[in-house]
Design a protein around this ligand. Structure first.
Ligand code: ATP
Length: 356
């Protein structure tokens, strides 16, 4: 089958439940790829504890170099809070990759599912979180970290907002809105953080003028939390700065069911990294009980991103077939323990493969 397009995908299993959810995810992708005439070349790469053992770095340079030759990659969770002390002062593996590859858009959808009981049942929105600056001090400086201790009792933390970074996340948000319900909500706190988030609001509003077909509104971050709880169905695309986006996406993830199911990709115009919102869950590692859905749905987002980028309908068909198989599996009552079921990680993945 020479006409099959081949994609090189990095696989960074990481720590805790990483290996189990990554194995389940790649097994499902492999089965779906075969059916839709897509060829995937998997590139396993060390990250986390394994990399510390082997390369004395949680995110080795050799891994980063290998990723530059990949079309995208799956990033498992890392348990960086348990790394030896000398690694805690450096950026954690996911922060390092976001920074090194300038993955400026963290895209986090929250969509209700008829098979998952959420606090709301009518959500279908996507958060576009600026991923490179704002209040996250580990990545908002060219060199060093954006906070200081003046004395042992005085800390100063700097937020950074630049026109360039705001423009590109705003364009990404507005372009996506055009493919959906054509509505963008800008989230900020321009009444108090007038210069920083004020610039964020102003630049987003300027970009909005280039998309006259897209409706725009804006809310302060605090009010937005209330509006999401009250009427989440009214929101389509939400664009916001780094920390606000991180917090809002935990809220929306939990509102539609469970943070454990929440997917995301980190992307720029060249690379995309699939990453589940949850952590490494060391308390349930190596027991074959972790839910692989967050990782799998993140991989599905990566397939859609690759499909758009390479104009490859087979990838779109592949991701749609996985979505369908997941729904079918859940509708049959097969689910992992965290969702009240009894299926193990492997068993759940096999059930999805059977439904494909
Ligand atoms: P991090 O700081 O790395 O984000 P965390 O300590 O905040 O991690 P998680 O590792 O996400 O949190 O774990 C929080 C709780 O959710 C734990 O009890 C864990 O077992 C559970 N959990 C997380 N991910 C999953 C999953 N995929 N399947 C089942 N349970 C999970």
């Amino acid at each position: 089958m020479d006409h099959m397009r081949s994609y090189k995908l990095g696989v960074l299993a990481g720590d805790g439940i990483g290996r189990e959810i990554i194995e389940a995810t790649t097994a499902v992708l492999e089965a779906a790829a075969k059916k839709k005439e897509v060829k995937i070349e998997w590139v396993p790469l060390p990250m986390g504890f394994k990399a510390i053992e082997k390369n004395e770095q949680p995110m080795p340079e050799s891994t980063i170099t290998a990723l530059t030759g990949c079309d995208g990659w799956l990033l498992g969770p890392h348990d960086s809070a348990s790394y030896p002390e000398r690694y805690k002062a450096i950026r954690n593996p996911s922060g390092e990759l976001r920074h090194r590859f300038d993955l400026y858009a963290n895209i986090r959808p929250a969509k209700s599912s008829p098979f998952v009981e959420g606090l709301v049942q009518d959500a279908d929105l996507i958060i576009y979180r600026e991923n490179t600056e704002g209040f996250y001090v580990d990545r908002n400086m060219y060199q060093g970290v954006g906070e200081w201790m003046v004395t042992t009792d005085v800390a100063v933390t700097a937020g950074v907002f630049t026109r360039q970074a705001i423009e590109r996340i705003a364009h990404a948000a507005f372009q996506k809105a055009r493919t959906r319900r054509k509505k963008v909500t800008i989230v900020h706190k321009a009444n108090v953080i007038r210069l920083g988030t004020g610039l964020f609001l102003r630049v987003c509003q300027e970009v909005a003028k280039e998309y006259p077909d897209v409706e725009v509104d804006d809310y302060h971050i605090d009010a937005m939390c209330a509006h999401l709880v009250r009427r989440i169905h009214d929101f389509d695309i939400v664009v916001t700065e780094n920390m606000f986006g991180d917090i809002l996406s935990d809220l929306t993830g939990e509102l539609v069911g469970s943070l454990g199911l929440a997917p995301s990709i980190n992307a720029n115009d060249t690379y995309a990294m699939a990453q589940a919102a949850h952590g490494s869950a060391p308390d349930i590692a190596n027991q074959d009980i972790a839910n692989p859905m967050g990782m799998l749905q993140s991989a599905v987002m990566l397939l859609d991103w690759l499909g758009e980028r390479h104009d490859d309908v087979n990838l779109g068909a592949m991701s749609a077939s996985i979505e369908e198989a997941v729904s079918k599996t859940l509708s049959q009552g097969v689910r992992t323990r965290d969702l009240g079921g009894e299926a193990g990680t492997r068993e759940f993945a096999q059930a999805i493969i059977k439904s494909l």
